[in-house]
Design a protein around this ligand. Structure first.
Ligand code: ADP
Ligand code: MG
Length: 555
């Protein structure tokens, strides 16, 4: 038999959809305070917000007779017609939040619309029923106190996390608003102790007060805007990215979004397999192009596709990373410029007479450094494996193999290579399985500059290879064929193929390099799209700043 649910059950169920935990409660209350024009918002929670949530603001307040109205369903002061919806600047408008919170808690609202404390009014609700309404001292603004969340909804309550965890989510919610509304004073108290004190400031100051100044030291600034949107943010310097993503925050029009789409684009721009970058990014789009109400907890956002948010975000990241690599190149070049001939002779001749060979060397060195950006005076190889480069503010150590892999990989990817005729063609006996794989992917080989023929059914002769491929051996070709077998998807396979060529043809550990070769390698590396990792995601560059050195030597 089908029965209609009793009204009070329906009310509770739908309330549970809007309010799922203390954090969503805090979100709604903060949004109301912001909509009321608050300049100072104080959030306090006890027991992770399960016991008590209190949000106090200095906004416009409510008239005494409006308080019970605000707690009714679909009551709002923010829109009165459907047309208003399109031009909405406020955060809330569904008129559901206070209603939903009231249904599942003991709610107290104290509010006043003027600074005359005697004009304050207090209403108390028990599971949505008004139980008390009386004058209460309050200067202009509103205090909302939510006690015993879900006390009458045991199923929901059971699904809450520990008080500590719920408190953490409240914190996350609060910082999202604090990062956006930097001119609003935010305070946060947990179980009576102050956790955050955020006086009005700018975006960078907010980040420092919340995450510490290390976050900014590790970050690159993003700053982009056009007619439709702006993207501002701080993203981790590519070379600092490791496998722990501590802060990954994307705010769109003031709301934290948790969808995967934007995150994926950011990862793509970093090009570091397994890397977990930190980022705090704020995107602002004209409100008419954004829809949050596709999700009951407003956690997803839909941005009109013609705004091309993802594409723009990718471009901004890409160009900021390129700009950053250019700065590093400059920090190497600065060395050349500042190294006037006077300085060179001082360095070489200050304490002793110049040997003829040294004079010759300084002269030739100077000539070469004109062509190459990297100054080869300041470049050394250690253990035939690592390249040391002096930059204006420290030392850069480069893994020569990983760096070269990156360079070759990108050349292949950009089809920026020629093909070379092998003086001694390579003859390979393929197994039946290898032959089968080769036949399927012969196109890969063709398109990357290989030329081959078969002698009999399984004897493969390679006549030409891409010019990046140095000292090709039989095993390299076998490995290349094997690389095509491992991964499931076609694009991954192609990528694997390129990575394998890059790995096989790159300079190895143990290869001795001349200064010119090293300078060229550094230049090419820094001009690549993702200079900080090899195609497998391992770092290519390690920086040591002068400050780090100074602190190591306790200077
Ligand atoms: P909505 O925000 O969607 O309008 P709510 O249920 O969150 O719905 O709030 C209902 C109404 O209560 C708001 O439209 C507003 O008029 C009033 N209100 C709620 N919180 C505050 C506050 N902190 N200060 C002033 N008015 C408030
Ligand atoms: Mg609201």
């Amino acid at each position: 038999m089908i029965k209609k649910l009793p009204d009070d059950v329906i009310k509770k169920i739908s309330a549970g959809e809007v309010i799922e935990n203390p954090a969503s409660c805090v979100r709604e209350l903060i949004e109301n305070s912001l909509d009321a024009g608050a300049k100072h918002i104080k959030v306090s929670i006890w027991g992770g917000g399960i016991d008590i949530i209190e949000v106090e603001d200095d906004g416009i307040g409510m008239f005494s007779e409006d308080i019970p109205l605000a707690v009714q369903r679909f009551t709002t002061s923010k829109i009165s017609s459907f047309d208003d919806l399109k031009h909405l600047k406020t955060l809330g408008f569904r008129g559901e939040a206070l209603y939903a919170i009231a249904q599942v808690s003991n709610l107290t609202i104290v509010s006043s619309t003027s600074d005359d404390v005697l004009s304050g009014w207090e209403c108390i609700f028990n599971a949505g029923e008004l139980t008390s309404s009386k004058p209460a001292p309050r200067k202009k603004g509103t205090t909302v106190v939510v006690k015993d969340l879900f006390f009458n909804l045991p199923v929901r309550r059971k699904f809450l996390l520990s008080k500590k965890e719920e408190g953490k989510w409240v914190f996350e919610e609060l910082i999202s608003y604090a990062l956006w509304h930097t001119k609003v004073y935010f305070e946060f108290y947990e179980d009576g102790s102050k956790k955050l004190d955020l006086p009005p400031g700018d975006f960078a100051q907010r980040i420092i007060s919340i995450f510490g100044k290390e976050f900014l030291e590790r970050a690159i600034l993003l700053n982009y805007s056009d007619d439709y949107l702006s993207i501002k943010g701080f993203v981790e310097k590519p070379e600092m990215v490791d496998q722990k993503g501590r802060e990954q925050i994307i705010l769109v029009n003031g709301r934290r979004v948790r969808g995967d789409q934007l995150r994926k684009i950011i990862y793509k721009a970093y090009e570091k397999p397994y890397g977990q970058p930190d980022f705090i990014i704020k995107v602002e789009v004209e409100p008419e192009f954004v829809d949050f109400n596709i999700h009951p907890q407003k956690r997803e956002v839909k941005v009109a596709p013609y705004i091309r948010l993802t594409e723009k975000l990718y471009k901004v990241l890409y160009s900021s990373f390129r700009q950053y690599s250019r700065e590093i190149v400059d920090s190497i070049k600065v060395q050349t410029d500042s190294l006037s001939s006077a300085k060179v002779s001082e360095q070489y001749g200050g304490t002793r007479q110049l040997e003829f060979g040294e004079v010759f060397q300084t002269l030739t060195v100077k000539n070469v450094s004109k062509e190459s950006q990297t100054d080869i005076l300041n470049i050394w190889q250690a253990h035939k494996s690592y390249i040391f480069v002096q930059t204006s503010n420290g030392i850069m150590i480069i893994d020569q193999h990983a760096a070269h892999e990156r360079i070759i990989y990108e050349k292949l990817r950009n089809r920026d290579f020629s093909s070379q005729l092998l003086m001694f063609p390579i003859l390979i006996e393929l197994s039946v399985k290898e032959k089968a794989i080769f036949d399927i992917y012969a196109e890969f080989f063709n398109s990357f500059g290989f030329e081959y023929r078969f002698l009999g059914s399984n004897s493969l002769v390679i006549d030409r290879v891409p010019a990046v491929f140095r000292n090709v051996k039989k095993e390299d070709i076998k490995d290349l064929i094997a690389s095509l077998e491992e991964t499931p998807s076609l694009p991954d396979r192609l990528e694997n193929f390129l990575k394998t060529i890059a790995c096989k043809s790159a300079i190895k550990f143990g290869d001795e390099l001349s200064k010119e070769e090293m300078a060229k390698l550094v230049d090419e590396l820094m001009a690549s799209d993702a200079p900080f990792y090899c195609p497998h995601g391992r770092p290519t560059i390690y920086f040591i700043s002068l400050e780090e050195l100074a602190s190591k030597f306790e200077r």
